[in-house]
Write a protein that binds this ligand. Structure first.
Ligand code: ATP
Length: 334
């Protein structure tokens, strides 16, 4: 059976890495019928709207999308296009797994961490303004709710159980942000006893960053609010080889959007040298979500083999291959 999936190629390096990911999925004979739609800067330039109704309708209908990174056009009323998608479909879970790849040289081996980032609240609530006419002061409102905190923390514990993980570390700054971060921490302390087989640990964000650099192996599942989760997942991607290798899944109760952790990478866009692995690994998360684990594993194995061989790698991994050459090497290893 062919599955209809919405594809948003995206801005910057988006079209290059999307083409690569689709090519690998096709070569792996995954039965997908892509419905391609635009958003972000590309859509703004084409039709004057960065969040076209047709794109939203396609995702609503298919319930699943693979999305390249998007640039938010600098126009009144649009704060973040990525955030708009997350809010529109209430994609409250942002799952960002980080695993070492044999053959990719990094400071540590055997890293296997998962960041579960709350995806709709806190400093990403979209309430921000200048508080003086000449932009000399500004404020952003951080909104954290009991419901929002409880559902993401519960999701992190349930994920730990489903994936036979042992520990959940909640990251906060409740010593300073007593109301918002305090509310999140209290939710964690209330929920943790419901999961007696999972160890619960809490860390203040600044200490957490240091601990992740000194001894990342002490962590397993990490759950945090929106901004801390965003920063932590860039940090954890650095532990295994960088943003070119970091996938993510945005999930709600009805819809899921899979995308790489990285942005549009304007510094390398259009040069054909972007690493498509992050988006390809996001597509593997998508296949797992669709219970097509065999196909996901086949693609992952080919990707890992390509890293291990170390002959055809993109510049971010100290190689000199183009996106297309790397993609062809992965396909050869399927
Ligand atoms: P955003 O805030 O939108 O997440 P960002 O500020 O984190 O974006 P990115 O666009 O993710 O910035 O790029 C950060 C750095 O990582 C850049 O130097 C970019 O070239 C590099 N980078 C990101 N993605 C890739 C990739 N797929 N392949 C190679 N390099 C990448």
């Amino acid at each position: 059976m062919t599955i209809k999936i919405t594809l948003i190629p995206g801005d910057g390096i988006g079209p290059e890495i999307s083409e690569a990911a689709c090519k690998v999925l096709e070569a792996a004979k995954v039965p997908i019928d892509w419905e391609t739609h635009i958003a972000g800067q590309t859509a703004f330039d084409k039709i004057g709207n960065p969040l076209p109704e047709k794109t939203l309708e396609s995702i609503q209908k298919n319930k699943i999308a693979l999305k390249g990174p998007l640039k938010t056009p600098t126009i009144e009323g649009f704060k973040s296009i990525n955030l708009a998608f997350r809010k529109h479909f209430d994609l409250y879970v942002n799952l960002r797994p980080t695993k070492s790849f044999e053959g990719v040289p990094t400071r540590y081996n055997n890293i296997d961490l998962v960041v579960v980032r709350e995806n709709t609240e806190e400093l990403y609530s979209g309430i921000e303004r200048y508080t003086s006419p000449n932009k000399e002061s500004a404020e952003t409102v951080s909104v954290v709710t009991k419901k929002g905190s409880e559902r993401i923390i519960r999701w992190a514990f349930d994920y730990a159980i489903r994936n036979k993980r042992k520990k959940v570390t909640l990251v906060h700054k409740a010593n300073i942000l007593k109301a918002t971060s305090g509310l999140f921490l209290e939710a964690g302390r209330r929920i943790a006893p419901e999961y007696p087989n999972i160890e619960f640990d809490e860390k203040i964000i600044d200490n957490m960053c240091m601990q992740l650099v000194i001894n990342p192996h002490q962590f397993d599942v990490i759950v945090s609010t929106n901004l801390f989760g965003d920063i932590l997942s860039d940090l954890t991607s650095g532990l295994v080889g960088g943003l070119g290798l970091a996938p993510s899944a945005n999930m709600g109760h009805k819809v899921a959007i899979f995308e790489s952790v990285h942005g549009i990478a304007p510094d390398i866009a259009g040069r054909g040298i972007a690493n498509p692995s992050a988006l390809l690994l996001s597509a593997c998360l998508m296949l797992n979500y669709l219970q097509m684990e065999k196909a996901a594993q086949k693609i992952k194995t080919a990707l890992l083999k390509t890293f291990k061989e170390g002959k055809v790698l993109t510049p971010d991994l100290k190689g000199n291959a183009s996106t297309l050459q790397f993609t062809d090497a992965v396909i050869k290893n399927l």
